[in-house]
Design a protein around this ligand. Structure first.
Ligand SMILES: Nc1ncnc2c1ncn2[C@@H]1O[C@H](COP(=O)(O)OP(=O)(O)OP(=O)(O)O)[C@@H](O)[C@H]1O
Length: 624
């Protein structure tokens, strides 16, 4: 059989329903498409004026008007842009997927430094109007001298009629949609305004909305009407020309937030891709509020979508901001983005910029940075956990609040611990609960850092993995080795053993190890230390709540008995006195429970026993 070659033919009848149904998932985006087209038409005309190929004689200002006519059931988009000749209609409108924007760009690309302000690319946007219309009518008049106004009408997007238009007498285009019965919501001013504000708030040409009822009244005085959009969004300005107040105002307006952002990053890249935007670090009221971040993605000032993970790294979605990237297609399809190499470059660039900003704040505005830290730390830690590259970039600017409330870095901590303990970081997970240990640390001139948010467990593991050789130990873990400047012991080893045995016989298996130390603070009779390793294993087990990991885990506790405490000394002196045995047991038990209590709450049955014993002791004291 001979080899045959040919091209596959596509019929609009087949492809059109697919475009209608699948290209755009949200019905309301036809508004975005038609306004973008109007905007393109104005941009093209302006470009021709600047190239000297068209005259602008100071006539009406450039604008797009969206008019709702409830009686007629129509929605009309009017612009005073470049307009179209009959020939152009034939070419750009009658041929689906033939983009005049692309054509215009190709024609003028040598004369234009950049064509980034043209939005359209695909030549499909206009047809989205058929998603909501039973009939679409274009009335247009080209900017070309002596151009004839033209009308194009189609009832289904497949068949059309072209005739002379009696509607337009000036340059520009009006697109009138005769809305389907099931799309009548687009006759509602509020709904239309909401959609325009959603997608077109920052388009470069002024957009006005008018309704037939208002037009008849006195409301149609244009001088009073404000455009719906801001044609010069702040992100397009050069960062050096923006004031703090402008950044804050923009933040309030775009995110409807009344709080002040902590600081912001103005992204302004021209090469190797085009990217502009502002990312704000919001102030947090609590660590969970972060979830509400929002990063709006724009393409040439046209809103595309919120929180697109493919472009903006997930952890940055906790921030609030706007990103305008003309290099991305307007009708973003996620699978397309996932495979786009530029997109991952953009994402990496944004991460780098965030890291640079943190570095510059750390280096140049350290006091401010210290103040921000509590608000941004969860975000930063989350970022490090999500993206190791981010951790590597900012690890030297991660701060830790220490025992005295100072903000220090890991290397500051290590430096100050030299000679006391190497490669060990002690941390506080609950300042109130661990106050006794904090006091002990202070007595010994030791430092510890506060790591008390719910993300810190994971963050500690990350740091131990990244900073090989450094281990993190909770302040109540086995610290006996760091209490080096211990006081000289004044009791014999035999006495020490007897003391240990005494407590061991009373506590049973509640406590694994016993040691007698000479602590600087005489007031504490005994304290509990918990093995870091078993505690972490236990916590892991409780995170998989209910799951028995089959390890039969129990926290390994050590009771440190303070030989300098007067009660302990008294116990030691009475240890062989048989008559006092019962009372000594009572006191030892009480000492153990108090030590357990200052480490962690007691179990219900232990608490009950403790209360009963306390009452008994009080009874004994009162009857003395
Ligand atoms: N309001 C208008 N004024 C002048 N020309 C227009 C107007 N609307 C559409 N056109 C012409 O019709 C062409 C096709 O428009 P359409 O919206 O289908 O595609 P596009 O804007 O080129 O690309 P995209 O699919 O990305 O929107 C445009 O490129 C433009 O040349």
């Amino acid at each position: 059989m001979p080899v045959q070659k040919g091209s596959i033919s596509i019929h609009t009848e087949n492809i059109f329903p697919i475009i209608k149904k699948w290209l755009y998932s949200d019905k309301d985006i036809f508004i975005r498409e038609l306004i973008s087209n109007g905007c393109d038409a104005v941009s093209k005309y302006k470009r021709l004026v600047s190239l000297g190929e068209a005259n602008y004689n100071g006539e009406n200002k450039y604008k797009i008007t969206v008019s709702i006519n409830k009686e007629e059931g129509t929605l009309c988009f009017t612009d005073n842009g470049i307009g179209m000749t009959e020939e152009e209609i034939e070419k750009y409108i009658n041929q689906v997927a033939f983009s005049g924007a692309e054509d215009f760009f190709n024609k003028y690309k040598d004369k234009m430094e950049e064509a980034n302000d043209i939005i359209g690319h695909f030549g499909l946007g206009f047809y989205s109007s058929f998603m909501v219309s039973k009939k679409v009518q274009i009335d247009t008049m080209s900017y070309i001298e002596n151009a004839e106004p033209v009308r194009w009408v189609s009832e289904d997007g497949l068949e059309y009629e072209i005739s002379k238009s009696d509607y337009r007498t000036e340059r520009g285009t009006s697109i009138t949609l005769y809305l389907d019965d099931d799309s009548k919501e687009f006759l509602n001013e509020y709904d239309v305004r909401t959609v325009i504000e959603k997608y077109c708030s920052f388009l470069p040409v002024e957009i006005y909305l008018e309704t037939s009822d208002k037009k008849d009244g006195n409301d149609n005085n244009e001088v009073d009407i404000k455009p719906l959009n801001d044609v010069n969004p702040l992100w397009l300005k050069s960062p050096k020309d923006c004031t703090d107040e402008e950044y804050k105002e923009f933040y309030r307006k775009v995110f409807n937030s009344f709080d002040e952002p902590l600081f912001w990053i103005h992204l302004n890249v021209d090469y190797p891709f085009n990217l502009k935007g502002i990312l704000y670090f919001p102030k947090l009221n609590n660590e969970f509020e972060l979830v509400e971040g929002k990063v709006k993605l724009y393409n040439n000032q046209v809103f595309v979508a919120d929180n697109i993970k493919e472009v903006i790294p997930e952890f940055l979605l906790l921030l609030k901001g706007v990103i305008d990237c003309p290099d991305l297609p307007l009708n973003v399809s996620r699978s397309f983005l996932q495979n786009d190499r530029d997109v991952s470059k953009i994402s990496k660039h944004i991460v780098k910029k965030v890291a640079d900003k943190l570095k510059s704040l750390f280096k140049n505005e350290r006091e401010e940075y210290n103040k921000f830290w509590d608000d941004i730390q969860v975000f930063i830690k989350f970022g490090c956990l999500k993206d190791e590259g981010f951790y590597d970039k900012i690890k030297d600017y991660i701060l830790f609040k220490d025992i005295d409330g100072n903000h220090i870095t890991l290397s500051d901590y290590k430096e100050s611990s030299k000679g006391k303990h190497e490669n060990k970081v002690f941390y506080i997970s609950d300042e109130k609960q661990q106050s006794q240990y904090i006091k002990l640390f202070k007595d010994y001139g030791l430092n510890a850092v506060v790591l008390d948010s719910s993300i810190d467990n994971h963050f500690i593991s990350l740091m131990e993995y990244k900073e090989a050789g450094t281990s993190f130990n909770r302040i109540d873990s086995d610290i006996s080795s760091v209490l080096k400047n211990k006081e000289e012991s004044s009791i014999s080893d035999e006495d020490k053993n007897q003391l240990k045995d005494l407590f061991k016989n009373i506590s049973g298996d509640k406590i694994k190890e016993y040691s007698v130390e000479s602590l600087k603070n005489e007031e504490i009779p005994a304290m509990i230390l918990v093995s870091e390793h078993t505690r972490r294993m236990m916590e892991m087990q409780s995170r998989f709540s209910g799951m028995d990991l089959g390890m039969g885990l129990q926290e390994e506790k050590t009771l440190v008995i303070n030989e300098k405490n007067p009660i302990i000394q008294k116990i030691l002196s009475l240890k062989d006195n048989k008559e006092k045995k019962e009372n000594i047991n009572l006191i030892c038990n009480q000492i153990i429970d108090l030590a357990l209590l200052s480490n962690k709450e007691l179990k219900p049955e232990e608490l009950e026993e403790f209360i009963q014993r306390s009452n008994k002791l009080m009874g004994m004291v009162i009857s003395l």
